[in-house]
Design a protein around this ligand. Structure first.
Ligand code: HEC
Length: 161
C-alpha cells in the first residue's frame, strides 16, 4: 500500500519535472522567429575601403602578378590584345558592388586563359591585394584571406565613402 502511494507520487513528480523542462523549450521555439528577424545583418559588412589587405601582401602580390599575369595584362595592368584592363574606370565599374570572392573566383577559375585553373588560391589572393593597391585602395595591418569565406564579406566599392 505505502509502496503504491510512493510510486504514484514519483510519477506525479516526474510529470511535473517534464512539464517544467518542456515548457521553456516551447516558449523558446515560439520566440525564435521574431528574434532572428530583428537581428538581421547583410552578408557583406566591409568594402575595399576598409584596409582589407596589408602592404607586405600587396608587395608579394606584385611579384606574383609579374610572374603570372603581366605577359597578357601588361605590367601597367592596362591589358593587352584580348586581355582586359585590370585598372581604370571600365574595370572599376564592372566590379563595383560585387564581392572580392567573385573577383577571386573569376581569376582562379578562368585565368590564365591558355591553361585555366593552375593558380593557387593564395597566389590569387595576393594578386587581388596588389590589384587593390594599384587601384588606390588603402592597405592596413591585416592580410586579405581566402579562407572561411572571408572574401564574401568584402564588397568592391568604386566610390570612396
Ligand atoms: C594567357 C594570357 C592571360 C594570363 C596569363 C592572365 N590573363 Fe586574365 N585575361 C586574359 C584574357 C584574354 C581575358 C579576357 C577574356 C576573359 O575574360 O576570359 C582576361 C580577363 C581577365 C579578367 C576579367 C577582366 C574584367 O574586365 O573584369 C581578370 C580580372 C583577369 N583576367 C585577371 C588576371 C589575373 C589576376 C591574372 C594573373 C593571376 C591573369 N588574368 C592572367 C588573359 C590572361
Amino acid at each position: 500500500m505505502r509502496r503504491r502511494e510512493s510510486t504514484r507520487r514519483r510519477v506525479r513528480i516526474a510529470a511535473l519535472l517534464g512539464a517544467l523542462i518542456v515548457m521553456p523549450l516551447w516558449a523558446g521555439l515560439a520566440a525564435t522567429p521574431s528574434r532572428s528577424s530583428t537581428t538581421h545583418r547583410t552578408p557583406t559588412d566591409r568594402t575595399t575601403w576598409d584596409s582589407v589587405f596589408s602592404a607586405a601582401q600587396a608587395g608579394r602580390g606584385e611579384t606574383t602578378y609579374k610572374q603570372l599575369c603581366a605577359r597578357c595584362h601588361m605590367e601597367t595592368l592596362a591589358g593587352g590584345d584580348e586581355a582586359g584592363e585590370l585598372t581604370g574606370s571600365a574595370f572599376m565599374s564592372s566590379w563595383n558592388g560585387q564581392t572580392l570572392a567573385e573577383l577571386h573566383e573569376r581569376i582562379r577559375t578562368s585565368m590564365p586563359t591558355d591553361t585555366p585553373g593552375v593558380y593557387t588560391s593564395q597566389q590569387v589572393t595576393d594578386v587581388v591585394a596588389y590589384m587593390l593597391r594599384f587601384n588606390g585602395f588603402p592597405a592596413g595591418s591585416v592580410e586579405l584571406t581566402h579562407t572561411n569565406d572571408a572574401l564574401k564579406t568584402i564588397r568592391f566599392e568604386t566610390a570612396r565613402p
